[in-house]
Design a protein around this ligand. Structure first.
Ligand code: NOJ
Length: 981
């Protein structure tokens, strides 16, 4: 440990800070619970839970005090506006809350409730703060895509005695039924209610009020004097709350839905548990407040590093969802009520901001993800290297170290694409400057790495060291681009560098400045193969409340940190992403960015990848990772990973090996380790572990074409890259909660990693009666239910579901870049009826040319009755596609593997080994029919429990072309032998 690098440079109270820092670097037993609030320690959460308890108590005869003022209702251009009046006990004047319901063409609906007094700025701030007086209304700028507002102008309005019905959406299938008093909104589809807002009357908009004076002795305090509504102290930090209490809350019910998913990130199961106590339930609500919760505990609703307030409710035949568009600290309670059916009832509470909730009426998972993605954006198409293997550690400490790791991975034939440099690369935590001793010649290091088409990722955090003689902090200050404290002075806090300031990336000028810092001629030592990692961007502040920034800090436009907390990390990541995309990599050319972020919010999927932060080298953390990543996927941010090996601690060789076998299925696949942990690069453990890990990583590389295709689908319609059972089998009720196995894209690959010590088998859950084959032995698994699968340490449990075609690249190289000219293999996994179908997407993997149509997008169909394999063009613009095909003409399919060949083909002759195959007829783009030289090799099934395999070699098909392969005469009597078998 290089403590000198961590010592505060200009330290007042240096010792305390050093201890604070050591707290972060020393392996502790577990998360420091006492650093983070429980609901009862957070005023607005406590108040709203108490509000709910009161409202739901049978004796309270609760009626929600919100009512629509009917004569204010107006429907115009797909937006319904009205005023909601809130009755406040003891007050004659009602609080006016403007309501706005926005109907979108794709069927999504947005319900926004503001507070008139605050919108007019007609409130008095407490203390000296210069904070904005309005409720924050800019979360949409970050979370939603530009141009999101595509209005439904066909909404039909009907008002019948206090009940307003709006019919809307595709084919006018949806209804929003608004009850005027007490205010609530029911959303119907196909005549059934799916979502109800304010169903239980827990809506609560804490209206502005002046702080009532302390009650005289013996007198009760004013009802306007809300508990925890004013200055609030936690862990020695006082939040001054210049606008007083201002929480917004609403309950949202999903009648008939037993399962809800989403609201990442929590180390919990995919299917969300209930949160009001009882068996198997949590006591605490799910919390969404981006925080540096290192060494987090698993199976907990505790907050983590990022937040996506999107929830999906699912039942047989239907999926619906909501997005609670609020960037402030948020808590969500979940309860389930069992009558004839189970209803899930949720309660959302945010500390500040507008009440802004989006409703999506599905009707199924894929339409839900598409609609949600049309609003918040789809995951962006990453450069190819980003989905390959990343080798990281805190820290590769010098150029020699980097060279050594690079060589050793090569020596052991372990492919990798990216080597990562953590904070110790920098000159005393002054990012943008390399440590001059350890990294004397970063340019040549980059060049050396580039030789094998590999990349380097550097870390870059939002805290800027507060020190003399550092151009970055000087510019930050002189240009006035930093976050301010409550007195509008530059905010100072502590992080890795010691005293630091934070860039305010809400400020467009800060983004422009940040962009300039990354140009290759400015950031000396970087090259076009250098990419970036944004860490600590919750933001993490070691001496701040709950390890983050004070909520009364001020950002651009004088928004309080409280208003924007959950979105800050994403704005920082956005600035880095923009900087990378703007970087001139030579001759005015640009390339796709790659940015990894720890903090995120809805919409961050448009920018880069995330990982689940500081996990531990423990089996329960390995187990927790898959459900967490599945949850990321269904919440629209599928480019996600967890530190392979576990960040803190030292994994046993068995754990490390199992973690690699699991990690190859993470959309973002990176090994990482804490500075105090022992070296654990894949070659360290020695055989058999090293060999097994190498095989696992190689499998990831073999399947890169399938992964890239899955990313493409996610980038177009939001389908998760790794998919839980309920997404693939939305009507299989038994499988709804399953989160320990996953499907990979559309490949039909079903994997179930081993995540427990000393275990040598897993039990797959099969949701249907389709035939599944073991990836390795082609053993057949069939029949709905649990199937035992033997998985000794050298075996990765993988099944292939019949009916799919998997694109692969089978040649082993040192990096994905070195595979770019390699031919492809198509694996046809025949279903029971002998058919199969699959997809393939390809582009240059680095430039933006794909946006101009420079890509290949194919659908492969194997028709088991006609015995033909056809490649069909899915390119939207065939002319542009044709131009790219010329570039990619050397890309061939070299091999076709047919698993379960006898499900379609008459293989009798082949099986006897006497017949030769007729040459295959191939119809290519040019319309000509050619006979093709191809050799076949056939492996008969070992027994009735295994599939037979036909391999067609030397096919020489151009992967970008239209073609059909005719197999009807393979093995048949009329064969004209042309090829050696
Ligand atoms: C915290 C991050 O979560 C971890 O991945 C990183 O290694 C350390 N910061 C040091 O930068």
């Amino acid at each position: 440990m290089r403590v000198s690098a961590l010592s505060p440079s200009n330290s007042a109270g240096g010792l305390t800070i050093l201890l604070l820092l050591l707290d972060f670097i020393a392996p502790a037993a577990t998360v420091k619970h006492e650093n983070f609030k429980t609901c009862s320690q957070s005023g607005f959460c406590r108040r709203n839970r108490a509000f709910a308890d009161h409202a739901l108590a049978p004796e309270s005869n609760w009626v929600s005090p919100y009512e629509i003022k009917e004569n204010t209702l107006l429907l115009q251009n797909g937006i319904l506006t009205a005023e909601i009046l809130k009755t406040v006990p003891g007050r004659t004047e009602k609080v006016v809350l403007p309501l706005n319901i926005n109907f979108q063409k794709n069927g999504a609906v947005r319900v926004t409730i503001d507070e008139l007094k605050r919108t007019k700025g007609d409130i008095v701030l407490r203390g000296e703060s210069k904070a904005r007086k309005e409720r924050y209304n800019e979360a949409e700028r970050w979370a939603l895509v530009p141009g999101w507002d595509v209005r439904d102008d066909k909404v039909v309005y009907d008002n019948q005695k206090g009940q307003i019905t709006l019919t809307f959406g595709p084919e006018l299938k949806y209804k929003a039924i608004i009850t005027v008093y007490p205010f609530n909104v029911k959303f119907e589809r196909d005549g059934e209610t799916h979502v109800v807002l304010n169903d239980r009357g827990l809506m609560n908009v804490e209206h502005w009020r002046a702080q009532p004076p302390e009650p005289e002795e013996g007198k009760e305090k004013s009802p306007e004097d809300l508990d925890g509504g004013w200055d609030e102290t936690f862990g020695g930090n006082t939040d001054t709350k210049p606008r007083g209490p201002e929480a917004v809350a609403m309950d949202i019910s999903f009648p008939g839905y037993e399962y809800v998913f989403g609201i990442p990130s929590h180390a919990t199961s995919l299917s969300l548990k209930t949160t009001r106590g009882g068996e198997g339930a949590y006591e605490e609500p799910y919390r969404l407040f981006n925080a540096d919760v290192f060494e987090y505990i698993v199976d907990s609703p505790m907050t983590l590093y990022g937040s996506i307030p999107f929830m999906q409710a699912h039942r047989k035949g239907s999926s619906v969802g909501v997005l609670w568009l609020n960037a402030a600290e948020t808590w969500v309670d979940v309860v389930k009520e069992k009558k004839t059916k189970t209803d899930t009832k949720t309660h959302w509470v945010s500390e500040a901001g507008q009440l802004d909730v989006w409703v999506f009426l599905g009707p199924n998972p894929s339409t839900l993800y598409k609609t949600y993605g049309e609003l918040t954006g789809f995951t962006k198409m990453p450069p190819t290297f980003a989905i390959a293997y990343h080798q990281c550690r805190w820290n590769y400490v010098s150029e020699d170290d980097v060279r050594d790791v690079d060589r050793k991975l090569d020596k052991h034939n372990i492919p990798y694409d990216v080597i990562w440099l953590d904070i110790e690369y920098s000159d005393n935590k002054r990012y943008f400057l390399f440590d001059k001793l350890a990294f004397k010649h970063p340019e040549s290091m980059m060049k050396n790495i580039e030789k094998t088409e590999r990349k380097v990722v550097l870390i870059n955090d939002p805290h800027i060291k507060n020190t003399n003689d550092y151009h970055v902090v000087e510019e930050l200050k002189s240009k006035d681009l930093a976050v301010k404290d409550k007195s509008s002075e530059i905010y100072e806090g502590w992080c890795w560098p010691g005293s630091s300031h934070w860039i305010d990336t809400f400020n467009p000028a800060a983004i422009e400045w940040w962009k300039s810092l990354f140009q290759l001629d400015k950031f000396k030592g970087t090259a076009k193969n250098t990419f970036f990692w944004n860490d600590m961007n919750e933001p993490s502040v070691f001496n701040g409340p709950e390890t983050t920034m004070p909520k009364d800090n001020l950002h651009f436009g004088n928004w309080e940190h409280r208003d924007v907390h959950n979105v800050y990390g994403m704005t920082f990541m956005n600035a880095t992403h923009q900087a990378l995309e703007a970087r001139d990599i030579g001759k005015g050319k640009t390339q796709r960015s790659f940015v990894l972020t720890r903090a995120f919010f809805a919409g961050a999927q448009r920018i880069g990848a995330m990982w689940t932060g500081d996990n531990e080298a423990k089996w329960e953390h390995l187990q927790a990772a898959l459900p967490m990543l599945l949850s990321q996927g269904i919440a629209g941010f599928p480019f996600s990973g967890a530190d392979v090996g576990g960040f803190f601690g030292n994994p046993s060789n068995e754990l490390l090996t199992r973690w690699y076998q699991s990690g190859i299925w993470y959309p973002f696949f990176r090994a990482h380790a804490h500075i105090d942990s022992k070296r654990r690069e894949p070659y360290v453990a020695g055989d058999p572990y090293t060999g097994i890990i190498r095989d696992a990583i190689r499998l990831r590389y073999t399947l890169l074409p399938a992964w890239y295709t899955a990313f493409h689908r996610a980038s177009k319609d939001g389908m998760p890259i790794i998919r839980p059972n309920f997404v693939v089998h939305p009507d299989d009720e038994e499988g709804f909660a399953i989160d320990d196995q996953t499907y990979i894209g559309d490949t039909g690959l079903l994997v179930k990693p081993v995540v427990a010590e000393g275990v040598d088998k897993v039990d797959f859950y099969l949701a249907d009666d389709e035939v599944y084959y073991d990836y390795w032995t082609h053993k057949i698994y069939q029949g709905k239910g649990r199937k035992d699968y033997s998985a000794p340490l050298d075996t990765i449990p993988i099944l292939m579901r019949g009916g799919h075609i998997i694109p692969r690249r089978d040649r082993h190289r040192r990096s994905s870049g070195l595979m770019k000219h390699d031919p492809f293999t198509l694996v046809l996994v025949l279903n029971k009826r002998g058919h199969a179908m699959g997809f393939f997407y390809h582009d240059d993997g680095e430039s933006f040319d794909y946006k101009q149509g420079a890509y290949i997008n194919r659908q492969f169909m194997y028709n088991g009755s006609l015995k033909t394999l056809t490649s069909r063009d899915l390119h939207k613009d065939r002319a542009a596609g044709a131009a790219y095909k010329k570039v990619a003409k050397a890309l061939q399919v070299e091999k076709i593997v047919i698993v379960g060949a006898s499900n379609s083909l008459d293989i009798t002759a082949l099986a006897k080994g006497k017949s030769k195959a007729k040459a295959l007829l191939v119809e290519e783009d040019d319309g000509k029919i050619k006979e093709w030289e191809a050799s076949l090799s056939y492996t008969a099934a070992a027994d009735k429990d295994h599939a037979d395999i036909l391999v067609i070699k030397n096919t020489k098909l151009k992967i970008g072309n239209d073609w059909t392969v005719y197999l009807e005469q393979v093995g048949g009597e009329k064969d004209t032998p042309k090829d050696e078998l």
